[in-house]
Design a protein around this ligand. Structure first.
Ligand code: DSN
Length: 430
C-alpha cells in the first residue's frame, strides 16, 4: 500500500508504520476512536483529494465535478436513509464546523445559547469560554445531578425558563446515559427556543436503532462520522424535517427560504471553503456499511461490551458516574482510589491500554490533571472482542491502577495486552 511513500519520504513512512504497530498492538479504549474498514481507508486515500468542488452537487463553482458529485450525492442519500432525515450536509470537516454552522442557522453572535457544562460531560463547542461558542454567544450551562450522575431535567427546565435561550444544544462527549430528546424539546418549546442535538458520540448506536433518535424532536442534528459511526474523521449536519426560515435568519447569501438552505449556506460559503471530497467519498462508504445488518450487530455488541466492562469495574469498587452505562462509554471517578486521571492515563498507556483522563462532574482537579478517566468499547468491538475480553481487560486495568509504579506488573500486563491483540488482529498494511 505504501510503496511510493516509502521511497519518497522515509520519515513519514516510518511514522505511519509505527502508528500501524501501535494500533495493532495496544488496546484502544478512547471512547471517541474507532478503526475504519479497509474500504473506507481506500476511499479516503485517492485522487478526489485533487479536486476543488466548492458548492454542492449540480451547483459547483468549478468544472470537472461530475464524479465528485456522484460521491457527495451518495453520501447525502445514504446519510438521509440512515437517520431518516429530510436533508444531510456531509461537508463539515469536523464536529466543530458542523456545530458552528448549526448555531448560526438559528442564532446570531451575542444571542443566548444553552449547553451542557464541559466539566459535567458536555463538549468544548457547547459553550466553553475557550471555544468559539463561549466567545461568540452568551452561554448558560446545565449539568448532571451530583448524586445520580444523570442530567438534571428539572435544572434544565428552570434555567431555560429563567434565561430564555434562543437555542438549546443537547449531547455530550462524556455522558454515559441515553439522552431524553423529547423532554429537551418540550422544554425548548415552552421557552420558544430551537433545539440542536449533537450526537457525535452515540451516532452509530442511534443509526443502528439501539438508542432513541433525536431526529423527530430536534430542529437540527450534528455529528462526527468517526466515532461509533466508524467512518472517516469528519462531521455532518442532519435536518430531520425541513422547515421555513421562520426566525428571519440571514446568511452570507442573504435571506434564504428553508433551514436546509441556511445550513448549506452556512457551511459553504459561510464557514468553509472547498469540501474534502475524498473524505466525503469515504463517508459514503461508511454510511453504506452502517446500513448493513453487520453494523447493527456490531453496535449491539459495543453496548454489551460497555455494560460488561462497567459491571466488572463496579465489582472492583470503581465509582462510575451514574453507576453504569447505556452506551459505548463509561466515566470512572478515581477519587476513592486516591488516583488522578492523569496518573491513571499514564500508567495504563505504559501497559498498552489507551484511555483519556477526563473531568468528572464536580471535579476539584484541573482539566490537565482531572479526577477521572473515560473508557469506551467501539474500537475493541471492531476487533471482534466480546464480554469475556472486557471482563479480563477490566481486571488488567485494575491490576495496573492498584500497582502504580510497579514495573514488573506493567511488564506482565503489557505482555498479556499484546497476546490479546494478536488474538484479534487488525490491520496488515505495509
Ligand atoms: N474530542 C472528542 C472526544 O474525544 O470526545 C470530542 O470532540
Amino acid at each position: 500500500m505504501f510503496t511510493n511513500l516509502k521511497k519518497a519520504d522515509s520519515e513519514i513512512y516510518q511514522a505511519i508504520q509505527n502508528e500501524i504497530s501501535r494500533q495493532n498492538d495496544t488496546l484502544e479504549m478512547i471512547a471517541s476512536e474507532n478503526f475504519v474498514s479497509l474500504a473506507v481507508l481506500e476511499a479516503m486515500g485517492q485522487v478526489m483529494t485533487n479536486k476543488y468542488a466548492e458548492g454542492y452537487p449540480g451547483k459547483r463553482y468549478y468544472g470537472g465535478c461530475a464524479q465528485v458529485d456522484v460521491a457527495e450525492d451518495l453520501a447525502r442519500e445514504r446519510a438521509k436513509q440512515l437517520f431518516q432525515a429530510d436533508h444531510a450536509n456531509v461537508q463539515p470537516h469536523s464536529g466543530s464546523q458542523a456545530n458552528i454552522a448549526a448555531y448560526f442557522s438559528y442564532a446570531n453572535a451575542g444571542d443566548t445559547v444553552m449547553g451542557m457544562n464541559l466539566d459535567h460531560g458536555g463538549h468544548l463547542t457547547h459553550g466553553s469560554p475557550v471555544n468559539f461558542s463561549g466567545r461568540l454567544f452568551r452561554i448558560v450551562s446545565y449539568g448532571v445531578d451530583e448524586k445520580t450522575g444523570y442530567i438534571d431535567m428539572n435544572q434544565v427546565a428552570e434555567i431555560a425558563k429563567k434565561e430564555k435561550p434562543r437555542l438549546i444544544i443537547t449531547g455530550a462527549s462524556a455522558y454515559p446515559r441515553e439522552i431524553d430528546y423529547q423532554a429537551f424539546r418540550e422544554i425548548a418549546d415552552q421557552v420558544g427556543a430551537k433545539l440542536i442535538a449533537d450526537i457525535a458520540h452515540p451516532a452509530g448506536l442511534i443509526a443502528a436503532g439501539l438508542l432513541k433518535s433525536p431526529i423527530p424532536h430536534c430542529h437540527l442534528v450534528t455529528t462526527t462520522t468517526h466515532k461509533t459511526l466508524r467512518g472517516p474523521r469528519g462531521g455532518m449536519i442532519l435536518v430531520g424535517k425541513d422547515e421555513e426560515n421562520d426566525m428571519g435568519m440571514t446568511t452570507p447569501k442573504g435571506k434564504l427560504k428553508t433551514i436546509s438552505q441556511i445550513v448549506d449556506s452556512n457551511i459553504f460559503p459561510g464557514f468553509q471553503g472547498g469540501p474534502l471530497i475524498h473524505v466525503i467519498a469515504a463517508k459514503a462508504v461508511a454510511f453504506k456499511e452502517a446500513l448493513s445488518d453487520d453494523f447493527k450487530q456490531y453496535s449491539a455488541q459495543v453496548i454489551k461490551n460497555a455494560k460488561a466492562l462497567a459491571e466488572k469495574l463496579v465489582s472492583m469498587d470503581y465509582k462510575l458516574i451514574s453507576n453504569g452505562t447505556d452506551t459505548h462509554l463509561m466515566l470512572v471517578d478515581l477519587r476513592n482510589k486516591r488516583l488522578t486521571g492523569k496518573k491513571a492515563e499514564e500508567a495504563l498507556e505504559q501497559a498498552g491500554i489507551t484511555v483519556n483522563k477526563n473531568m468528572v462532574p464536580y471535579d476539584d482537579q484541573s482539566p490537565f490533571i482531572t479526577s477521572g478517566i473515560r473508557i469506551g468499547t467501539p474500537a475493541l468491538t471492531t476487533r471482534g472482542m466480546q464480554e469475556e475480553q472486557m471482563r479480563e481487560i477490566g481486571g488488567l486495568i485494575d491490576n495496573v491502577l492498584t500497582n502504580i509504579g510497579n514495573e514488573s506488573i506493567v511488564t506482565q500486563v503489557r505482555s498479556r495486552v499484546f497476546d490479546i491483540c494478536q488474538q484479534f488482529p487488525l490491520y496488515q498494511l505495509e
